[in-house]
Design a protein around this ligand. Structure first.
Ligand SMILES: CC(=O)N[C@H]1[C@@H](OP(=O)(O)OP(=O)(O)OC[C@H]2O[C@@H](n3ccc(=O)[nH]c3=O)[C@H](O)[C@@H]2O)O[C@H](CO)[C@@H](O)[C@@H]1O
Ligand SMILES: C=C(OP(=O)(O)O)C(=O)O
Length: 420
């Protein structure tokens, strides 16, 4: 297993490019199953999760051609298997996103039940109830969700009792080719849901209310392929901004966009960062100052994203003052506390809130990555710690950060990978 070795360094400085969004690329690749002609998807990040999604499509017989850098052509005309096997689904929960499109287009889908993971139990009951409301029959057998539809799915009015990103995406994709109109209420409004909706519209879908919590989808008989570039990764953007803030640095991030990051940028300004933005870039300058600790509470978009919580906790760990970090989306997403405390942080857990009191300096230690964003928080902590930190189990990081060590090296960090 690869490891990262990080030596505490000074302020991060420089410019890097932000990659395409993991959480947009995955549903858009799943949506290619709905197209009746080949589809080109561009600005794909080179990440383990994207490789897994392409492997999943390939194992169903779909043709996948990597035709130029960061772009693939997907041709599902050769599909011959409607199963997403356990071996792939267990490494990436987003595999569940093939369920809706496969069922809607082919009337049949067998998807291994995605289990829980380090951050929580992550059920998919809302995905399944929504598909049942559209006329699907669903059985769970030997760990597989077996969904069937007799002819086209039927449009339905469905209220989601929890805001779910993946649930909204799965049901929106299924509804796009259902017979009749579907109304999804209490839908997720995350920018990645909007990106997927825009992609479906480019494929010929009829969706209104995009970006709101009520989506109205008039089903059409078929969708066609098109060329679609995935949006920039807002969580990767936020992660590098927080890393720069924790290190008292000055960075410019290109090929990204401020509009999807408002809650994060507000918190960074509260921490003392000077933020400036252009059409496709964001710059942060701490002017050499130590950040101030901030309090935050995660909630569905447009509120503060759960995927940025751990990184802010690492910044708070070396900030001036204390901040309360409350996680409301996943029941076990404060696990990085133990590893940060092993590095000398002062973090106390009270229910689902972590009270973080900043210390002058963290101290290097061998630490273990437990999930994707917790791993990012340990990398940030390693960069602002005294000594050499070894981060183990970084396969989590490779799920979501393209070339993380190269990008951090370009900003002046002392970080290297030890292949294991
Ligand atoms: C690939 C992808 O896009 N992943 C993102 C997506 O995950 P994902 O789509 O899995 O997360 P959801 O938005 O579905 O989960 C939100 C909450 O709803 C609950 N829930 C969800 C579905 C369901 O059927 N029943 C149910 O109770 C979950 O347990 C969780 O507590 O959104 C999360 C919340 O912004 C992000 O952290 C993930 O990075
Ligand atoms: C939780 C995340 O991803 P996933 O839903 O793919 O596990 C994440 O991107 O932080």
């Amino acid at each position: 297993m690869d490891k990262l070795i990080i030596k505490g360094c000074g302020p991060l400085r420089g410019e890097i490019r932000i990659s395409g969004s993991k959480n947009s690329a995955l549903p858009i690749l799943a949506a290619t199953l709905l197209a009746d002609t080949p589809m080109q998807v561009g600005n794909l990040p080179h990440l383990h999760d994207v490789t897994t999604m392409l492997a999943l499509l390939r194992c169903m017989g779909v043709g996948v051609t990597i035709d130029e850098k960061l772009s693939v052509e997907v041709d599902n005309s050769t599909i011959n298997e409607f199963t997403a096997p356990y071996e792939l689904v267990r490494t990436m929960r987003a595999s569940i996103l093939v369920l809706g499109p496969m069922l809607a287009r082919y009337g049949e889908a067998n998807v291994s039940f995605p289990g829980g993971c380090a951050i929580g139990s992550r059920p998919v009951d809302i995905h399944l109830r929504g598909l049942e409301a559209m006329g699907a029959t669903i059985e769970v057998d030997q760990g597989y969700i077996r969904a069937r539809s007799n002819g086209r799915l039927k449009g339905a009015h469905f209220f989601m009792d929890t805001v779910t990103v993946g649930g909204t995406e799965n049901l929106m994709m299924a509804a796009a080719v259902a017979d009749g109109t579907t109304v999804l209420e209490n839908a997720a409004r995350e920018p990645e849901v909007v990106d997927l909706a825009n992609c479906l519209v480019a494929m010929g879908a009829d969706i209104s209310g995009i970006g709101s919590d009520t989506l109205t989808i008039k089903g059409v008989p078929q969708l066609h392929g098109c060329r679609f570039d995935v949006m920039p990764d807002r969580i990767e953007t936020g992660t590098y901004l927080v890393a720069a803030a924790a290190s008292r640095g000055k960075v410019k991030l290109k090929d990204t966009n401020e509009h999807m990051l408002e809650a994060v940028l507000l918190k960074l300004e509260e921490a003392g960062a000077n933020i400036s933005t252009g059409d496709d870039w964001i710059a942060l300058d701490m002017k050499g100052n130590r950040p101030k600790a901030v309090s935050l509470r995660t909630a569905p978009y447009p509120a503060f994203p759960t995927d940025m919580q751990a990184q802010f906790m690492a910044m708070n760990a070396v900030a001036e003052g204390s901040g309360a970090v409350t996680e409301t989306i996943f029941e076990n997403r404060l696990i990085q506390i133990h590893e940060l405390n092993r590095m000398g942080a002062d973090i106390r857990l009270e229910g689902n809130t972590a009270i973080v009191t900043g210390v002058e300096k963290l101290k290097a230690a061998p630490v273990m990555a437990s999930d994707l964003r917790a791993s990012a928080s340990l990398v940030i902590a390693g960069m602002v710690a005294e000594g050499e930190t070894l981060v183990d189990r970084i396969y989590h990081i490779d799920r979501g950060y393209e070339c993380i060590e190269e990008k951090l090296q370009m900003l002046g960090a002392n970080i290297r990978r030890i292949p294991g």
